[in-house]
Design a protein around this ligand. Sequence first.
Ligand code: ADP
Length: 242
Amino acid sequence: MTYKRKDGRKNDEFRPIKAKVGVVPNADGSAMYQSGETIAIAAVYGPRKMHPQHQQNPEKGTLRCTYNMLSFSVQDRIRPGLSRRSTEISKITEWALEPVLMLEKFPNMVVDVFINIIQADAGTRCAGINAASMALAHAGIPMKNLVSSISAGKMDKTIVLDLDKYEDSEFEEGEGSTDIPISMTPDGKITHFQLDGKINSTQLKEVIDMVQKACKEIYEIQKKALKDSIEDKEWQTNIVKH
Ligand code: ADP
């Protein structure tokens, strides 16, 4: 059986993306990243002194990410507060972003990133990482690069990009569905990779190639959102001047 996507997308096509920087005025940096019906907002606070003091690291700063899926983000209301899933995704987000951050410049300090998923239709960890990466750059945290993230997977035997909720959790035909979220820098260095399911090495190579191509495009979208935010600022300054 060849799998055909319900929403008519090609196998290597991601959902429509929107990205905007500077969406939370009170934060030091912020960004929104939308992929189809999935929307993530990231807000960065810091670097600031780490409290409690015993958690301070004199060698480098700490990146602390808090991922949260809001109660109304899915059809059935989710119980608010921490869950095993949100704790896991918070950790994964830290690991995905740490390799590009120059945390050695901030000993004893903490950079807090709060990620809120306001609408969820699968791919929320990737959307959160994309939003967080832009928000950290917007906050002026020294970074070697941006991180871009998307998942690809296997629907029965067919490789597809950017699974939606139906593809991620409801599809059960043949071998069922395998979701593989991956994050990488624009030069293809993988900072995060998750795989829960079965896939052979040829198919896995196809997944990585597909993700790498998509991440390059996502990187351009992230970069454009950051540039647009600078132009927005100039525009606002002009308004004040006149
Ligand atoms: P990701 O969102 O990164 O793909 P998961 O694979 O854990 O992470 O979740 C897939 C999707 O399942 C979510 O985007 C969301 O739409 C839905 N989902 C996850 N957890 C819950 C929950 N507790 N209640 C309802 N829907 C959920």
